[in-house]
Ligand binder design. Sequence first.
Ligand SMILES: Nc1ncnc2c1ncn2[C@@H]1O[C@H](COP(=O)(O)OP(=O)(O)OP(=O)(O)O)[C@@H](O)[C@H]1O
Length: 259
Amino acid sequence: MIHLQNLTFRRGDRDILRGVDLEVKPGEQWTLLGRNGCGKSTVLELITGYQFPTSGKIDVLGNRYGTVDVREVRKEIGYISPALIEKMTLSDPVWEIVASGAFAFLRFYEEIEDEVRERAYAELERVGLRSLADQPFGTLSQGERKKALLARTLMASPRLLILDEPCAGLDLYEREKFLQALSVLSSQNMSMLYVTHHIEEIIPIFTHVALMTQGKLIASGLKREVLTPELLREAYDLPIEIRWTDDRPWIEVGKVDLS
Ligand SMILES: Nc1ncnc2c1ncn2[C@@H]1O[C@H](COP(=O)(O)OP(=O)(O)OP(=O)(O)O)[C@@H](O)[C@H]1O
């Protein structure tokens, strides 16, 4: 699905990514973790073709970047980023926002076909938002907006879903509802790459974890092999213990010496 080989990304005199290797195979669901500024979003921007690496190779869904039109590859990738939500028109009805995902543009300026409208309703149903379909997007809660964007992404039937901190700013209830919507999707033959700051968001559907510090991957692989106190301490520079409940990790942070 994704194969990154020895990626570097340099801006000015700074190496933002340094030799990143990552392979996501079909059927795997990945999370990418690391401290602020370590390069997570940059990795996602490279995979979605919005940035270009300084060196290294990127293959996504069988396409080698640099030899293909990335706009074509993007049609098979669902990407939810913090910037996307800000681009939506708050007065548009929710179903219309969702329907626009079928065409990879942000707004409609002409009549929308019935078939597209029906599909938008169906996708809203899939994420549990059918009852809000006719409300203006701006009246939705933050969690509902995220789920609406998820439904919008699904309109294009992506094979790969890239999510950049989708649960940021959500309360516990909204977060769990959003994660539940993701769970439903994971059984539908779609791979995910999910960036988060919250380890407890690594719900059982996720199989693999990649851990970054300062532009490098320090570990990647099966979640139980990567989410160890030792590796988490290295990544976060904190004494961290980890506990698993129903295949979901929870962390405890030990006493921090700020001196
Ligand atoms: N185009 C660019 N030009 C210059 N610096 C950049 C560029 N893109 C990213 N950076 C810098 O690279 C570093 C990594 O940024 P990135 O957004 O990938 O980190 P992140 O791990 O996603 O952080 P956060 O968790 O805070 O969202 C940051 O210090 C950022 O300022």
